[in-house]
Design a protein around this ligand. Structure first.
Ligand code: E4P
Length: 218
């Protein structure tokens, strides 16, 4: 399973990349806005940190605008994946940009039918949002299970299921159990994955016992 980092914070991305935990990055207009920087500059910097796909989202809502922005974003670096919303214009833009050789991430997916449409439009990734579904008392993981099952029924569909809007470690564990290809994780969730109180307690005990021996390994 690939781990993408869901942030536009280059400091966080750099540190996680150094730890070998970054297979790609996803951004959205809200995450870029939070940096206070220009989108092109932030995306270029992120693309220089990781060779994996870096999703950069269009903000136009009409087809011509999406195509113009998508082509511009793609020109920033070879590893940019153009992100488009799951609207009719977005699907048309996906088909055209994918035909031009772009990796396209179709975002804001909330139903299995939408995911199938994204795959038929040639998306490299489709992003179902689990956390935002959970927020409205709908089982986000059920959506992942449905999409994974449907895509497995049609192996010619090459679209990867990119689990988005991840809020906690169990979202990741469940997504992996279901066989989703990718999860995009906020940096805080990646750090939570690492932590276990029994690891900390076990290490403390080993070190306390070792100290009593007076030995040193070197
Ligand atoms: C990633 O591609 C999405 O934009 C992101 O995961 C949305 O997460 P949120 O629902 O926590 O804003």
């Amino acid at each position: 399973m690939k781990f993408f980092v869901d942030t536009a914070d280059v400091g966080e991305i750099r540190s996680l990349a150094e730890a070998g935990l970054v297979d790609g990055v996803t951004t959205n207009p809200s995450l870029v806005a939070r940096t206070g920087r220009r989108m092109a500059e932030v995306i270029a910097e992120i693309c220089s940190i990781t060779p994996g796909p870096v999703s950069a989202e269009v903000t136009a809502t009409d087809l011509e605008g999406m195509l113009a922005e998508g082509r511009h974003l793609r020109g920033i670096a070879p590893n940019v994946a153009v992100k488009v919303p799951l609207t009719e214009a977005g699907l048309r833009a996906c088909r055209t940009l994918a035909g031009e050789g772009a990796q396209v991430n179709v975002t804001l997916c909330f139903s299995p039918a939408q995911a199938l449409l994204a795959a038929k439009a040639g998306a490299a990734f489709v992003s179902p949002f689990v956390g935002r579904l959970d927020d409205v008392a709908t089982d986000g993981m059920r959506l992942i299970a449905d999409i994974v099952t449907i895509f497995r029924n049609y192996p010619h569909l090459r679209t990867e299921v990119l689990v988005a809007s991840v809020r906690h470690p169990m979202h990741l564990v469940e997504a992996a159990r279901l066989g989703a290809h990718v999860a995009t994780l906020p940096p805080a969730v990646i750090r939570q994955l690492l932590k276990h109180p029994l690891t900390d307690r076990g290490l403390d005990a080993f070190l306390a016992d070792w100290k009593k021996t007076g030995q040193s390994i070197l």
